[in-house]
Design a protein around this ligand. Sequence first.
Ligand code: FEO
Ligand code: CA
Ligand code: CA
Ligand code: CA
Length: 595
Amino acid sequence: TYARADTSPLLGFSGVPLQTAQDFDRVDIAPGYQARPFFSWGDAVLADAPPWQPDASDDWQAQLKQSGDNHDGMHYFPFPDAPNEHGLLVINHEYINPTLHTNGLNFVDGKRPLEEVRKEQAAHGLSVIEIRKDAQGQWQRVLPSPYNRRLSALTPIRISGPLAGHELMKTASDASGCEVLGTLNNCSSGITPWGTYLMCEENWHYYFLNRDNVDYAQRVSHQRYGISNKASSLLYAWETADPRFDVTPVADQPYAGHAQEPHRFGWVVEVDPFDPASQPVKRTAFGRFCRECAVLSMGQDGRMAYYSGDDTKGEYVYKFVPSGRFDAANPLASRDLLDAGTLYVARFDADGSGQWLALVHGQNSLTAENGFPSQAHVLLNARAAADMAGATPMDRPEWVAVHPETREVYISLTNNDDRGDKQPVNAANLRPGNLHGHIVRWNEKDGDPTATEFQWEIFLLAGEHPGARNASGQPVPANLIGTIDGDIFSSPDGLAFDGAGRLWIETDAEQAPELMQSMGCNQLLCADPKTREVRRFLVGPRGCEITGITWTPDYTSMWINIQHPKLSYPASDGKTRPRSTTVLITKNDGGVIGN
Ligand code: FEO
Ligand code: CA
Ligand code: CA
Ligand code: CA
């Protein structure tokens, strides 16, 4: 019943088929292209890193010098003298897999061994690696390099902006409220026009435990973010080995203990990749939530917006508008532009219009009587402030992409099985039982990134073609049918535009057998924003999500990340433990990817 239009002038490659085999353990790519593993968990970052041990016996000091786990958001920063041949690749390490250790995560007498916890903390954060084309035109990692650097959950990071030094940021481990150890769960990212990288703290709440149920129920800064009050629901039980993650309050002493440690996560961390001695900075003007990304749109006059999704069922879409503007003639003046500005949250109205609601103390009911005594409280409890302001609850907002010419903004809403059940449908999240997700796009009024009004529409609903039948010949239920013109997919996550205006879509569908049957392994696809045609460019190994995407400025080299493969990728030999891996993609004729 489905006939492809096949009219897009942008999609210059032949699509690849779905992969539904349970033992699929490699990357398949469009004909005429190559995809090769480039940088895997355990590879050397610092020159004195020991070689990765296939039995995962490396200790935590080794891990601090090697690539972290679960590669996610990433960006290629070119050197100006040879931008397409020499650069810094900057890669987030979101979280860890049990394969980090020889025999998974262990408990001894109910506690995690400190050595294991330290290795997990060391495998989080960021890698900066220098890369360069050799005499044969092949990309190589440069080692040693003065730029190569690892950040982890143990790296001291400065806190700046409205919350720096605030009472709400003080803990037993930092009486100043100005410096925090580490960054957690860095999912997607962003860049600034002055050449820095923004790493975003997403699911940081899973690392903390507050055992005091009464305090938990009252403390919005814990409860509204889903910080656990039950040890059983924690990811890694770090609190059994590292007291900083036990955030149960000390009676009658609000700033003693670690109850406020979670206030120090959920921010944007700015890193200067070209200055390895610089200290990373948490920018608190962006507000605190489970931030997926911070994606720039800049107007002709240098005024900026940074868009972010909060990837949890029923959470919101935000944008941060710095007060100042970027001055290309004086980039150093931009150093602290991210410390002052206005945080907005989106309301998507049923008539296709939208409003950006300012999360500013004294506006939109954000008053002391309503629980927001100051702007610091608004930013710290941005989710509760957005509830109060009347934002639209979305189907797990993930990445944002901004069209390079029109500045039209796209966001992936990955899926939400609670929609229509625990969460009522709304115009922008209209499909009950939304297992496959959708993509929404909008235009800011007059194309101005800082506007407070916009016009939005649904770009596509992911899922199967109308009339699709399942393996037993039964019609597929309506909630799994989408509007895709072209190759089907589920659960859009990573989104990015290339310079020609191709929209690249990366998927993170749960690998449950019934979804695998129709949608297969996760994928990288390409869409034409004008014709809305979608074509599948690549499929990844079983169990992985596809995430992270960046290019050289000429778009002839592309890198993506294979996160948490399940079988043996990248060895693909059926026995070596799987490793999250950055993959380099090139066209055999050296041309522009996708053209
Ligand atoms: Fe870490 Fe929302 O993906
Ligand atoms: Ca993601
Ligand atoms: Ca995801
Ligand atoms: Ca992920």
